[in-house]
Design a protein. Sequence first.
Length: 81
Amino acid sequence: MKLILDNDNRNIIGPRLKAIRLKNKLTQQQLSAKLETMAVYIDRASISKIEQQKRIVTDFELLALSEILKVSPNWLLGLEK
């Protein structure tokens, strides 16, 4: 089944993920290492792709990212300010 999107973006959290990661002074590699401690395996290159909206994010990845970065999943999704 082909994913049909109006543009090439594969997620909506990318720009907010990058902003909050930088605000927390984490590199992509450091974020990857923190995710690994939660048994969520996203390498540095994949984090880059997420931030560029070129990679889909699963629900459990979204929850882990929000927990590590101390923001709500809704914030990452742009549903709250």
